[in-house]
Design a protein around this ligand. Structure first.
Ligand code: G5P
Ligand code: MG
Length: 272
């Protein structure tokens, strides 16, 4: 019984659902029932439970960097709204062509375009645990997501404005994979070249100075009601620091308590 209780807390499973599970089977709740058989059933139910999280934060706050670490450590799918938009731009889809005009100016893509793009994608991966990076960004997007699914955790990164400006100036990416480098924080082995493929790195249009300042200013205004919404739901976890490597152990231990890690390296030092 102690093990079941521990497991239910570990995975935020409620004891009500466990007793429902038992009575649904029409079996009496006897002490023998709390044996190996039930433990195995609960374990498999809990371990297959889907985990859904959002990471939010201003441009350059480290959402992409931390998301990669989370995906790598906990084996959950990472879906970045920015990467998804860039894929659509590259493929010249209708949404991509429209989005490009906004992104180039450092503006947010309209809510209806974002929800029409992202929500069907989430439906496609509904059987997997996922981490959404960069969506929702506005209250309207958060409400649309809310009506589609229930979130377990929202991570909000709080990094000072000057730190963000400095970071993005030095950011380079490998467009095909989305791998992110920083000439100071995690430089490529050879300047301007992706470590894995040997292909050239590029700088995002919206990391160039004019678009960048507009993005940073706008973030604060639109994020506030979203943060308040998740705070009121009791699922918001805010992390403040100037350094991703300081934030990461706190996020790692938060998630270790919420999702089962597929390997023993939940606290291991990441490469990026
Ligand atoms: P994106 O692509 O989602 P942003 O603006 O949210 O873009 P961005 O720029 O991708 O955010 P990030 O993911 O938060 O930043 O940060 P990152 O890439 O991991 O880290 C930034 C840099 O700092 C990297 O070079 C990294 O290596 C380095 N770094 C990380 N940690 C540290 C550290 O501790 N120290 C140092 N020195 N460096 C570090 O969205 C792009 C556009 O798409 C549209 C918008 O137009 C948006 O501007 N869009 C949406 N529009 C409407 N609604 C949505 N939901 C939208 N989603 C995207
Ligand atoms: Mg990003």
């Amino acid at each position: 019984m102690a093990a079941i209780l521990q497991l239910s807390q570990y995975c935020t499973f409620k004891m009500d659902s466990i007793s429902t599970l038992i009575t649904e089977q029409g079996q009496p709740v006897t002490s023998s029932f709390f044996g190996e058989q039930l433990f195995a059933r609960v374990t498999s139910t809990v371990m297959s439970r889907i985990f859904r999280a959002v990471i939010m934060g201003p441009p350059g706050s480290g959402k992409g960097t931390i998301s990669e670490r989370i995906a790598h450590t906990f084996g959950i799918q990472h879906l970045s709204s920015g990467d998804f938009l860039r894929e659509n731009i590259a493929a010249k889809t209708e949404a991509g062509i429209l989005a490009k005009t906004y992104i180039k100016k450092g503006l947010l893509v309209p809510d209806h375009v974002m929800t029409r793009l992202l929500l069907p994608r989430l439906e496609e991966i509904a059987r997997h645990s996922w981490l959404l990076d960069g969506f929702p960004r506005t209250l309207a997007q958060a409400q649309a997501l809310n009506s589609a699914c229930e979130l377990d955790v929202v991570i909000s990164l709080n990094v000072p404005f000057e730190t963000l400006k400095e970071r993005l100036r030095h950011r380079w990416i490998h467009p095909a994979s989305g791998r992110v480098y920083n000439l100071i924080f995690n430089p490529p082995l050879v300047t301007g070249i992706d470590d894995i493929t040997g292909e050239p790195l590029i700088q995002h249009e919206d990391d160039k100075p004019e678009a960048l300042v507009a993005r940073l200013r706008h973030y604060k205004d639109v994020a506030k009601p979203v943060i308040n919404l998740y705070k009121s739901k009791g699922i918001l976890h805010m992390f403040s620091d100037t350094d991703t490597n300081h934030i990461w152990p706190h996020i790692s231990s938060l998630l270790s308590a919420k999702i089962p890690a597929p390997r023993s390296s939940a606290q291991s030092t990441p490469t990026h």
